[in-house]
Design a protein around this ligand. Structure first.
Ligand SMILES: Nc1ncnc2c1ncn2[C@@H]1O[C@H](COP(=O)(O)OP(=O)(O)O)[C@@H](O)[C@H]1O
Ligand SMILES: [Mg+2]
Length: 429
């Protein structure tokens, strides 16, 4: 619910836990729990409040029994429980109040069953068997409510084009504006700026993951990721320069897999050399933002990256974002750039040095620190389009290649001394 970094995978959850106020009820419960094959030590002394407290810092069990006896306002306490309890948990309430209205209200707020004290073994057994069946049953609405997940990789065509600026901004917008549980994975392992942009310390999480990919699971993610806001957790590193990256990329793929379970959005800051070493990183990625600047070298590498994506990751939607665009001062004009890459630039983010300075000063992401600027608005447009991907929209329909353009545009000015980037890339592709 509001704790997206909690493990969502079944492996990370206990089968059963109970928070019961009195020993008499615990004495009835424990033998039945043992019969069910569950751990009796998961029957805790305490009531609803204790349940809320401990579930706020740990994974929810599949089936949860809570005692309302010491709760002054059971309904509002149940709502507090819903806040910390993962969806899917089957909750059985226990209490002393024999009141049909309370029972109805509890059921309406998502409680599966209500058991009246004093408990009897048969009554408890029936309730637990029933709860187990409900938990195990295929959820009818699963197909529709299956957690959607959009994974976006941000690749800079060259260093310094602003890929990390855009990746961190998007992660912030998804998590803070759209309230989507979001993970930011910064794969610039030695020089990552994901944490820096948010004024955080990267910690050892990513380094640990690379060293011990076998340890990566829901719980690992919960502990290793740095929390940037209520909905944003990041994994970034400043690995020492004297330790080369010793990995076959398994850790990264495993991390992506876990993010898919625990979050709704993943943003991967993906340096282009990582693409060469670990092409399988894009296997489950939905959207690739190719961030370019208006230079000849960037045009060439945009062509090469787009062509690589077409061959090796055709399932992804590739979108070209031009960053640091200054009218009149560009090495290549926008139209020449589009002609040479044979498609439209989908989004243009203007060069705004004041905005960059502002973000650095505030320790906030570029888009967050500069909401009223054109550059900030442009990145918000990118975020909104990616949000739409889940609803079946394609982003760059308007940016499809225009085959006729290339022949018509005179690239002489930019290409008289150098080979046409498109041709060169075709040779090498
Ligand atoms: N639209 C922009 N206008 C001005 N400066 C920008 C813009 N986008 C990024 N920058 C600045 O460019 C520098 C490089 O950005 P960064 O995101 O680290 O690039 P990359 O990750 O592609 O190497 C940073 O100092 C950043 O603040
Ligand atoms: Mg970067």
């Amino acid at each position: 619910m509001n704790a997206p970094w909690k493990p969502g995978a079944p492996g990370g959850r206990d089968a059963f836990a109970a928070y019961i106020c009195d020993d008499a009820a615990l004495d009835v419960l424990r033998p039945v729990v043992i019969e069910m094959g569950w751990q009796p030590e998961k029957c805790n002394k305490g009531g609803l409040r204790n349940a809320v407290q401990s579930l706020s810092i740990s994974a929810s069990p599949n089936i949860l029994m809570v005692d309302l006896s010491e709760s002054g306002d059971p309904l509002s306490d149940i709502n507090a429980l819903a806040e910390v309890c993962e969806p899917g948990t089957v909750v059985i309430a226990v209490g002393q109040v024999n009141d049909v209205r309370l029972y109805r209200d509890l059921v309406a707020s998502g409680i599966h069953d209500y058991l009246l004290k004093p408990l009897s073994p048969a009554q408890v057994r029936d309730a637990l068997v029933n709860a187990q069946a409900v938990f195990a049953a295929p959820k009818q609405h699963d197909a529709n409510t299956a957690k959607r997940h959009i994974s976006t990789a941000v690749i800079g065509t060259r260093g310094g084009v602003g890929a990390s600026t855009i990746a961190t901004s998007l992660a912030w917008l998804f998590s803070a504006d759209e309230k989507m549980p979001t993970a930011l994975l910064d794969l610039d392992v030695h020089f990552g700026t994901g944490a820096l942009a948010l004024d955080l310390e990267p910690g050892r999480g990513l380094t640990d993951a690379i060293e011990n990919p076998g340890r990566i699971d829901g719980l690992f993610i919960e502990r290793a990721m740095i929390r940037a806001n209520d909905n944003l957790a990041i994994l970034s590193a400043e690995a020492p320069m004297n330790s080369p990256l010793m990995t076959d990329g398994a850790a990264f793929v495993q991390l992506e897999e876990e993010f898919r379970q625990a979050f709704e959005m993943t943003v991967i800051d993906l340096p282009r050399n990582m693409l060469i070493n670990f092409p399988h990183l894009l296997a489950d990625v939905n959207v690739v933002l190719v961030v370019a600047e208006m230079t000849l070298a960037s045009a060439r590498d945009t062509i090469r990256i787009l062509s690589w994506l077409k061959t090796n990751a055709a399932h992804t939607q590739a979108i070209v974002v031009a960053n640091k665009v200054q009218s009149g001062v560009a090495e290549i004009s926008k139209s020449d750039f589009e002609a040479s890459i044979e498609r439209k630039i989908a989004f243009t983010v203007p060069y705004d040095v004041k905005a960059a300075t502002n973000a650095a000063k505030l320790g906030q992401t570029f888009a967050d620190a500069n909401r009223t600027t054109k550059a900030g608005a442009a990145i918000r447009d990118v975020a909104k389009s990616i949000m739409g991907v889940g609803e079946g929209e394609t982003i760059d329909d308007k940016a499809k290649p225009k085959s006729s353009l290339l022949g018509k545009i005179d690239l002489k000015g930019m290409l008289s001394k150098k080979p046409k980037p498109a041709d060169k890339a075709r040779e090498t592709a």
